[in-house]
Design a protein around this ligand. Structure first.
Ligand code: PHE
Ligand code: FE
Length: 296
């Protein structure tokens, strides 16, 4: 008989044990969910809101991954795998490349409603999974996983990590109704979902692959710079080419600080396209809260 080789990533998967969540943990979910629903109705992009509805993720309580995976699998072939926390890079990329989304199971404590540096189930499920219902975004995430394995081999992971940070985690998208959020680090954060759109402080630049790959980022505060895409197809097309020559090309260029502006930058013009019918941008004083809810 052929010996079954163990899959390296299988070692990281755990059980969710859904029936063991306490009433208090479900109540924390409800609090977070209801608050974000209120904030995101007019701030999240349509694809995200549709994904949330399609998945059936709701305020009732922490969802059961078995059920979510079946719905998601039906839509785009992705499934959720429970993991204990951040997993090693190669494991993370391998999951994505196989259309598996690794999600934590624990939910933040009451004192951490606004601030958490590591991902929890609310960030992973409510922040990331709804967009995996969208076919173009679902393909982007798989391609990112494959690109991650390649970048690891080439020694350019830091450059690729910036792309993830400024798109998957903190991306903004221009829509007919105005600027909207698609980055999950924003979607799961009450403070940043308002700040990123309405605060005059951060820069909002048009997405540019090389610029993003050169830009450092902060994990302990709201972002200083956001990159705006026009639609997911643009993101998918811009990231389709082989990155190997691009890594070599930018290896000779300096990094750009999170708050810096360079000559070639194109600032996103809120007066353009559909913004006219959109909500008024609040030009009031900076919200300035030093809080980052969560990362990856
Ligand atoms: N085209 C990238 C490469 O060659 C792969 C990739 C796709 C990376 C999408 C990120 C996002 O490495
Ligand atoms: Fe995340």
């Amino acid at each position: 008989m052929i010996e079954a080789r163990r899959d390296p990533i299988a070692d990281f998967a755990i059980e969710q044990y859904w029936s063991e969540y306490s009433e208090g943990e479900h109540a924390t979910w409800r609090l977070l969910f209801e608050r974000q629903q209120r904030l995101l109705a007019k701030r999240a992009c349509r694809e995200y809101l549709d994904g949330l509805v399609g998945l059936g993720v709701a305020a009732d309580g922490i969802p059961d991954f078995r059920h979510l995976s079946d719905v998601l699998d039906n839509a785009t072939g992705w499934r959720i795998v429970a993991v204990p926390g951040l997993v090693p890079d190669d494991v993370f990329f391998t999951y994505l490349a196989r259309r598996r989304f690794p999600s934590t199971c624990f939910i933040r404590r009451r004192e951490q409603l606004d601030y958490l540096q590591e991902p929890d189930i609310f960030h992973d499920i409510c922040g990331h999974v709804p967009l995996l219902m969208n076919p173009v975004f679902a393909d982007y995430m798989q391609a990112y996983g494959e690109g991650g394995l390649k970048a690891l081999g080439l020694g350019h992971l830091d450059r690729l990590a910036r792309l993830y940070w400024y798109t998957v985690e903190f991306g903004l998208i221009a829509t007919q109704e105005g600027l909207r959020v698609y980055g999950s680090g924003i979607l799961s954060s009450a403070g940043e979902s308002v700040y990123c759109l309405e605060d005059p402080k951060p820069q909002r630049l048009c997405f540019d692959l090389r610029r993003v790959m050169r830009t450092r980022y902060r994990i302990d505060d709201f972002q200083q710079t956001y990159f705006v895409i026009n639609d997911f197809q643009q993101l998918f097309d811009a990231t389709r080419p082989d990155f190997a020559p691009i890594y070599r090309e930018i290896a000779s260029l300096t990094d750009i600080e999170p708050e810096a502006l360079i000559d070639e930058d194109r600032e996103f013009d809120p007066g353009g396209a559909g913004e006219k019918n959109g909500p008024q941008v609040d030009r009031g004083p900076s919200l300035g809260r030093k809080r980052l809810e969560d990362v990856r």
